[in-house]
Design a protein around this ligand. Structure first.
Ligand code: PRX
Length: 661
């Protein structure tokens, strides 16, 4: 169990904050051509936020039936566009395939080995309809869940859009997750069908997705059929189970190319996406159709100032929410060209991203602070080799960006010319919530700036009172927004408890923040038991439980410590069972154990063996103290510990390691 160390964290994160003086106002040329040029949307939303969202729902989306009411809000239960009917697949595909965009590139895909594919809206329309018919032929009906465990190949968005077309909520599981993680997510969603691929390319080697899926499926009785995309071929050594498994290309060869989009209620579930929370069990965030699609459509258009002739590239993996909202649904709903890359940024060389920017003449690039810091470390010679003059806007997401990284991005990638949008949001929020609109908002390096029109964010203290300027507190959201999560799949009580119980009627984000005298938000990171490694959310408790499941481990505590590249890195403190001795081999084994059981992204950066863990007298592990040690802070009060000697011992080990490095 964790101590209630969130409060302690929020006060410690407001410590000496350097005052950032640099300001970057939009250039007159950018402003002139931007979708949003002035404060009108904020003013409209302030006057009547329901009318604001309704106006854009009408303008940006195609509805089969108009809604009767915009919002029904019985906190914390929201319904948007009640009585309205639409289909996300229709909005992302059909309406463009039936317009002048028919021959426009919808998805431009770059494979890791250098192969590529372009799907026009017409192509996408055909493929999505065919695969929707394949799903139907496998017995998938409206409301059935479909799990998807794939790498970054075009069949992934095709599969998602096919699910959306027939009203079968998809649950995409990141292809870097282990078979255990996949099993847990399939079981929770009770998926009827799994879509996977034989294997995925990663830095020239093969991730055997089908083999991993087979292992998971031994404990997933709900799954009746499996569809397998052939990406690798024989080298992936995928075996097919007769009567259960089917090759994608074989089913598609005979599929009927016509499958009209099902009119669905605005509140019909669109997808479930699992994310880490403060307990061990991943939670299934549920997003529904109308509000979500409006939120991602409007934010994509305004935040990225997306135009029809742009090549837009978001480097995220579709296995995370960023890919759902800003590779698939947001861009395609706008009729944009969305670029997808299959592989790693340093394969075959450290300039692969810049190579892609040059090759496709990318105009808008959306990536993570971790990647920017990594690219800084690799050196400016890599981007300098490429013509990046096509870029006109840059974005970041997933973690706080430090001003140095922001400035590097601005200078070495944007060449001082491109506005930067630092976008704060979460799996739960579905859409970007705090962000500059690039034609209007002056940016400050390191700040996500101000809430999107219609969004009300605040920084509050323990009692829920607004903090004065520059005082740190909890980041909360005070008004419902269309793309908000509706609940946890199968666990409504936990939904209420997690987000709405700390401050009743107000959404608690789990983040700490401060707001400066201009009302700009500065996000400082999680204040709960969630670690953010390279923009990936992991639960301390899930990693601890995994460590404790190892035969040698009696107890474990996991913290996220500051890391100059990844934002945070995982340190694990482990108490061994009697009969086991600390050793370098065992450290290695435990690190690999976590990588295998959860994912390589959860692999601890360091493992410390200790005779005991620091605990309060009520037996709660004091992670805050461990974090203080790991980050070299002066230790606060340790008098509530049962045995203060424990912490002294751990501190010594840490210092010895530091000295050795
Ligand atoms: O801590 C915040 C951080 O990422 C968390 C959400 O993680 P996830 O649901 O995986 O979604 C990531 C992509 C939207 C937040 O609670 N975070 C996200 N964006 C930012 C950020 N922290 C600081 N600045 C950001 N721009």
């Amino acid at each position: 169990m964790a101590d209630g160390d969130g409060a302690a964290r929020t006060t410690s994160v407001v410590e000496p904050l350097l005052v950032e003086q640099r300001r970057f106002p939009p250039s007159p040329e950018f402003r002139e051509h931007a979708w949003v040029k002035d404060r009108t949307p904020w003013e409209e939303a302030e006057r009547d936020f329901e009318a604001f969202w309704a106006k854009h729902a009408e303008a940006e989306l195609t509805w089969f039936r108009k809604w009767d009411r915009v919002l029904e809000w019985n906190a914390p239960w929201a319904k948007w566009f009640i009585g309205g009917q639409l289909n996300a697949s229709y909005n992302c595909v059909d309406r463009h395939a039936q317009s002048w965009r028919r021959t426009k590139a919808a998805i431009v895909w770059e494979g890791e080995p250098g192969d590529s594919r372009v799907l026009t809206y017409q192509d996408l329309h055909r493929e999505v309809q065919k695969f929707a018919n394949v799903l139907k032929s496998l017995g998938v009906q409206k409301g059935d869940r479909v799990s998807i465990y794939m790498g970054m190949v075009p069949e992934l968005p095709i599969a998602m859009l096919a699910c959306a077309r027939i009203g079968a909520p998809h649950s995409v599981v990141f292809g870097g997750f282990s078979s255990d993680a996949l099993r847990d997510r399939i079981q929770d969603a009770e998926a009827k069908v799994l879509i996977t691929q034989d294997g995925a390319w990663r830095r020239g080697s093969i991730v055997p997705l089908k083999q991993l899926a087979d292992k998971a499926l031994t404990e997933c009785p709900s799954v009746e059929k499996v569809v397998v995309v052939r990406r690798i071929g024989d080298a992936a050594e995928a075996t097919m189970v007769e009567g259960r498994d089917y090759w994608w290309h074989e089913l598609m060869a005979t599929a009927d190319p016509v499958c009209p989009a099902e009119p669905l209620d605005a509140e019909h579930p669109l997808y479930i996406l699992y994310t880490s929370g403060t307990t061990g069990k991943p939670k299934g965030i549920l997003h529904t159709t109308g509000g979500y699609l409006l939120g991602v459509t409007l934010t994509t258009k305004w935040v990225f100032d997306l135009k029809d002739d742009d090549y837009y590239w978001c480097t995220a993996d579709i296995g995370w929410v960023t890919g759902h909202s800003y590779i698939v649904y947001g861009p395609l709903s706008n009729g944009a060209t969305t670029v997808m890359y299959e592989g790693a940024p340093d394969w075959p060389e450290k300039d692969r991203y810049w190579d892609i920017v040059e090759k496709y003449r990318i105009n808008i690039l959306y990536t993570s602070p971790t990647f920017i810091r990594t690219a800084m470390k690799w050196g400016t010679e890599w981007p300098a080799k490429h013509d990046l003059s096509s870029l006109r806007l840059l974005g970041t997401v997933g973690e706080p960006i430090n001003p140095e990284a922001w400035m590097w991005y601005h200078e070495h990638i944007g060449h001082g010319r491109c506005p930067i949008v630092d976008t704060w949001w979460q799996t739960e929020t579905g859409m970007i919530m705090i962000t500059p609109l690039p034609g209007v908002v002056t940016t400050k390096p390191g700040s996500a700036t101000i809430p999107f029109p219609g969004v009300v964010a605040d920084v509050v203290d323990e009692q829920g009172n607004s903090c004065p300027p520059n005082v740190g507190g909890y980041l909360v959201l005070k008004r419902p927004w269309p793309a908000m999560l509706r609940t946890f799949w199968g666990d409504p009580d936990r939904y209420v408890k997690t987000y709405w119980s700390r401050f009743p009627g107000i959404y608690f984000t789990g983040d700490g923040a401060r707001r400066d005298e201009d009302g700009y938000f500065w996000i400082t990171g999680r204040v709960d038991d969630v670690v953010n490694v390279a923009g990936h959310r992991l639960s301390n408790i899930e990693i601890e439980s995994t460590l404790v499941a190892h035969p040698a481990v009696a107890e474990a505590a996991v913290i996220g410590r500051n890391d100059p590249i990844k934002g945070q890195a995982i340190s694990a403190f482990v108490v061994l069972k009697a009969g086991y001795q600390p050793s370098e081999d065992l450290k290695h084994e435990l690190r690999e154990w976590v990588a295998e059981k959860i994912s390589p992204i959860a692999r601890p950066a360091d493992v410390f063996f200790t005779a005991d863990l620091p605990k309060t007298r009520s037996a709660k592990i004091m992670r805050r103290l461990l974090r203080d040690i790991a980050e070299g802070r002066v230790l606060g009060d340790t008098t509530t510990l049962t045995d203060p000697a424990v912490i002294a011992e751990i501190k010594k080990q840490y210092e010895e390691r530091e000295a050795a490095e």
